[in-house]
Design a protein around this ligand. Structure first.
Ligand SMILES: NC(=O)c1ccc[n+]([C@@H]2O[C@H](COP(=O)([O-])OP(=O)(O)OC[C@H]3O[C@@H](n4cnc5c(N)ncnc54)[C@H](OP(=O)(O)O)[C@@H]3O)[C@@H](O)[C@H]2O)c1
Length: 210
């Protein structure tokens, strides 16, 4: 099995795509760490799965991207895969170009982009010394195709700000070390709506999985 005994860290892991990644990797025999801000809830989920543990990460606290990686490496001795799944916006305030508050635009980009950068930087350091690793960025179709609103989330005006744009700096970071060529993959999920969001959309409210 491809992931047998691999050490995998998934951010925003208690629900949705993150939790699906956790379950899929655990099923493949990986040792999976759920990064979560609500450790109690994450532990409940982990207890029901095999080979799953929890580490603390709150995306609004930048320092916790480093500490979550250090916690994994301290416990498991290495980190083989980082899944940068965290990404968010506030559909009520993240509107179209004309109406989105500039500070809100910048704050959302900062929150989403730094989550990928900080976690990747912390993990890459260990991947370099252990001889390799994989960093997978969960991006969005919203990063490549304009939405009618949520311009901060989609960042389609500034595609280089999208997490997927970070792949362009990874080779620059790693090639000179001559130690590591991590696989960086970007996933672009389309709209994954939960039933309550389907209802909200039918009622004319903005949703987009948030
Ligand atoms: N759903 C879609 O239609 C869609 C489409 C394309 C791309 N995506 C992307 O896929 C990724 C996952 O989306 P999703 O819809 O599956 O997520 P989701 O079901 O809405 O779950 C959000 C996750 O983020 C966690 N989270 C929220 N705020 C956090 C914070 N401050 N610090 C740490 N964790 C936090 C939540 O933890 P709590 O349990 O603590 O709330 C939860 O685990 C995101 O990057 C999203 O942009 C989603």
């Amino acid at each position: 099995m491809r992931l047998k005994d691999k050490v995998v860290l998934v951010t925003a892991s208690t629900r949705g795509i993150g939790l699906a990644c956790v379950k899929a990797c655990a099923k493949e025999g990986a040792i999976v760490y759920m990064a979560a801000r609500n450790l109690e809830r994450a532990q409940e989920i982990a207890d029901a799965l095999s080979g799953v543990k929890c580490v603390y990460n709150d995306a609004t606290r930048p320092e916790t991207f480093t500490t979550m990686v250090e916690d994994v490496v301290r416990d498991a001795g290495r980190i083989d895969v980082l899944v940068n799944n965290f990404g968010t916006s506030n559909p009520g305030k993240d509107l179209d170009f004309a109406n989105t508050d500039p500070q809100m635009f910048l704050d959302t980009i900062n929150l989403n982009l730094r989550s990928v950068f900080l976690a990747s930087q912390a993990a890459a350091k260990h991947m370099a010394t252990q001889g390799g690793g994989s960093i997978i960025n969960i991006s969005s179709v919203g990063g490549i195709v304009p939405d009618i609103s949520q311009i901060s989330y989609g960042q389609w005006i500034y595609p280089s700000s999208d997490p997927s744009g970070l792949k362009n700096i990874f080779p620059l970071l790693f090639v000179p070390t001559d130690i590591l060529l991590p696989v960086s993959a970007d996933c672009f999920p389309g709209l994954q709506l939960k039933p309550e969001k389907h209802r909200a959309l039918r009622c004319g409210l903005s949703g987009h999985g948030k």
